[in-house]
Design a protein around this ligand. Sequence first.
Ligand code: PMV
Length: 347
Amino acid sequence: KSPDNGKVTWKAPSNIALVKYWGKKPVQIPANPSISFTLDTCATTTSVLFEKKDNNETLSFDLLFEGKPKDHFKPKIQAFLERVETYLPFLKEYHFTIETSNSFPHSSGIASSASGMAALSLCLMDIEKELNPSLDEDLFNSKASYLARLGSGSACRSVKGSLVQWGRHSNIPKSSDLYGIEYPFEVDPVFKSYCDTILLVHKGQKQVSSTVGHQLMHGHPYAEDRFEQAFSNLDKLKPILANGDLEEFIKMVESEALTLHAMMMTSMPYFMLMKPDTLKIINKIWQYREATKTPVCFTLDAGANVHLLYPSSNKEKVQIFIKDELVGHCENGQYIHDQVGSGAIKI
Ligand code: PMV
């Protein structure tokens, strides 16, 4: 017998890609494989209260964001629930109250779609598990990742830690276009505690959403070469991660970030998400690396913020560099110290 009501809560982290996903086929199938660090501090906590309702003909839910009704997020959640309904047949039997909050400041320019969709998917899977207690852990996690992917592609990499790979690649056993997997190869311990300081350069609305950006890879003059490059970068990353080769790691990660933005600048219509302070920060990172030989590097998401990546053994001196040189380029001096984490948790 299914429960009449209950409540489940999950906290899911954000993630930052090292090899980027940019370009997709229907439905949410990546044009190329990607890999990301799962973060720790930047996370979304979501509770789902569920209550049996009389009719089971329509989807029914309320949405609270940081304690307050948030109606303008509702269409996105509605579309997501409609998309996942075939995989979760119980959805129409209940009324849901979805309460969600982020650990990072509201409208900081940090995308909450990855952590948010992962947290919601895990909550829904938890309800599924109450109905079907024999569901094993691996299936639970891969189905949660599968559902999260249908909400936002990169969200499928926010269920597990510390390195998650998504997208079928013939040299990566068990890799799939449908869900993320924990990176199956040896990884040097340096990468298990890597630091990521997120420098918040611009908090305003993005000029182009990632949905539109992905679409612009259709018919893009460099798309096929870019997709091939991502496949080959995953091959090249394997010995880099195994050996802790920071010099090669830095080259790969920075080149991936700039290639992502180069794709945006060379699509039609073209667009640019970097801001003057993004470039100033990148130059300062390069100067600091050159002058001090400290293995710091940057990566970028589909936005102006800069993720500064460095081994935890360099934490003290890099954080001084951030305060002295980089904070002045952040909007309202805002930044967030984060690090590689170990995946979502049930609360
Ligand atoms: O998950 P989406 O559809 O918002 O795409 C985001 C893609 C990038 O963040 C730019 C790269 C990545 O792999 O995370």
